[in-house]
Design a protein around this ligand. Structure first.
Ligand SMILES: *[C@@H]1O[C@H](CO)[C@@H](O)[C@H](O)[C@H]1NC(C)=O
Ligand SMILES: *[C@@H]1O[C@H](CO)[C@@H](O)[C@H](O)[C@H]1NC(C)=O
Ligand SMILES: *[C@@H]1O[C@H](CO)[C@@H](O)[C@H](O)[C@H]1NC(C)=O
Ligand SMILES: *[C@@H]1O[C@H](CO)[C@@H](O)[C@H](O)[C@H]1NC(C)=O
Ligand SMILES: *[C@@H]1O[C@H](CO)[C@@H](O)[C@H](O)[C@H]1NC(C)=O
Ligand SMILES: *[C@@H]1O[C@H](CO)[C@@H](O)[C@H](O)[C@H]1NC(C)=O
Ligand SMILES: *[C@@H]1O[C@H](CO)[C@@H](O)[C@H](O)[C@H]1NC(C)=O
Length: 377
């Protein structure tokens, strides 16, 4: 007995999104899977091997959204395709192929009946599962994950110091069921800052994990969403960083836009004592693009720090010396952003014994920078 009988073909129209799926499969924006119903008819036992032979697996219904989609997808078909849902005949409990049980409301009216231990999908009025004898001859219904993740191996490079990356489908809608790896490398002796903004994702279930190296076998730097708190910025310790964008099987949103920058990996300059001075890197020659230099001043207990800038020329707005009235960088303690050519002479007396400064330059227009001295009082 030949179980596979060719009756008629059921192929569905190809839309723009179908380029995520192999030829002949249909992409569902509702579930983010690719689907195909076989033109061949077969028994239940033949259906899953058939799906696997074409790179997929048999469908069982995991959300009401998929039920709606399948109703639409199979509406042109007269036959009821197999689902990967069977009855355990000793317990009378129905199981999907992943050992979950189908939600009661996914059965069509009056089902599951006693007539059959395998399930088919009835797409017409009151759509849903229907118990069917396993030896019955029906089409197979297969699905597979589409190739939605980008194929770019490295978003940076030895001469690339900044860039943007967006989630698949941004800013309209990302897809379900993703595990996309993104890797960025930057020039030697730099580190990488990441800022995910805008970031509009399904809370908690869709998130990004960041790693301090080219893949997830490197140290974990953190996640964007851990229930308690959303985080949008990360920093690598070297010139390589990666992250994995995870999405679950339901609910999507606009997605994310990442801006990344390579920063020079220069050690902070720390000074203490009664007085001191420092300059921007290379001063009086031009500083480099993407400079980031930290300066820490610590005066003896009971003293304050008087900082005097004697010379100052930077690209206005973009190359900035930030001054903090604390022993660390914190936006709450920022007292000035200095840039341009009209700053010097400038002097300021710290309220405490600590002063922190950070000089940052961008990729365009380099100037000679600054020179300053400090003295306790
Ligand atoms: C798919 O989703 C869109 C938008 O969420 C909705 O308008 C449409 O009715 C859905 N179609 C099916 C078949 O579920
Ligand atoms: C049916 O359920 C029984 C009891 O839980 C179990 O021992 C048996 O392996 C199940 N049969 C199948 C085919 O899964
Ligand atoms: C991670 O990257 C390292 C170095 O490039 C490589 O040796 C390793 O095989 C990668 N691991 C995985 C899981 O890709
Ligand atoms: C700067 O500090 C040194 C000791 O570190 C001291 O000898 C010198 O007199 C100080 N200069 C001024 C102008 O206070
Ligand atoms: C800080 O030092 C500068 C230069 O020596 C001086 O002009 C200024 O008055 C001092 N500021 C304060 C508040 O003492
Ligand atoms: C430090 O600067 C911040 C921001 O300008 C200010 O709110 C705070 O009061 C300052 N701290 C002291 C000790 O002056
Ligand atoms: C410094 O610049 C940042 C970013 O442009 C801004 O948010 C902040 O308010 C500025 N702070 C001061 C003290 O000028």
């Amino acid at each position: 007995m030949i179980g596979v009988v060719l009756l008629f073909s059921v192929f569905h129209g190809v839309t723009a999104d179908d380029n995520h799926c192999p030829s002949g499969w249909t992409f569902s924006t509702n579930t983010s899977y690719c689907y195909i119903q076989s033109p061949q008819y077969m028994t239940y036992a033949e259906a899953d091997p058939f799906c696997q032979s074409i790179g997929g697996s048999q469908v069982f219904i995991f959300t009401s959204r998929e039920l709606t989609w399948l109703t639409d997808f199979t509406s042109a078909s007269f036959a009821q395709p197999w689902l990967a849902t069977t009855r355990n005949t000793s317990t009378n409990i129905w199981y999907n192929s992943d050992n979950t049980s189908p939600t009661a409301s996914y059965w069509t009216t009056g089902e599951p009946g006693i007539n059959g231990d395998c399930a088919t999908f009835k797409g017409t009025s009151a759509p849903g599962l229907k118990a069917t004898p396993c030896y019955s001859i029906q089409p197979a219904l297969c699905r597979q994950m589409p190739a939605l993740c980008p194929t770019i191996k490295d978003y940076g490079g030895a001469y690339t110091r900044s860039g943007t990356i967006q989630s698949p489908g941004y800013p309209v809608q990302y897809y379900n069921n993703l595990d996309c790896l993104y890797t960025i490398t930057s020039p030697a002796n730099t580190y990488i800052t990441l800022l995910f903004y805008p970031y509009v994702l399904e809370d908690f279930f869709d998130y990004i994990d960041v790693y301090d190296g080219p893949n997830s076998s490197y140290p974990f730097l953190g996640t964007t969403d851990n229930w308690w708190y959303l985080r949008d910025d990360f920093e690598s310790s070297s010139n390589s960083v990666s992250f994995i964008f995870h999405t679950d099987n339901i609910i999507t949103d606009k997605g994310w836009l990442l801006t990344w920058n390579a920063k020079s990996n220069t050690p902070p300059i720390s000074q203490s004592g009664q007085n001191g001075s420092f300059t921007s890197p290379n001063y009086p020659n031009d500083y480099d693009p993407y400079t980031e230099q930290l300066y820490y001043i610590t005066a003896p207990l009971g003293f304050q720090v008087n900082v005097t800038i004697t010379d100052f020329v930077t690209e206005a707005t973009f190359d900035v010396l930030e001054v903090y009235n604390s022993s660390y960088v914190s936006s709450n303690n920022l007292i000035a952003n200095l840039s341009g050519s009209a700053v010097a002479p400038w002097s300021w007396l710290s309220p405490s014994r600590y002063v922190t400064m950070r000089f940052k330059s961008d990729y365009m227009v380099q100037k000679k920078g600054f020179s300053l001295f400090w003295i306790i009082q």
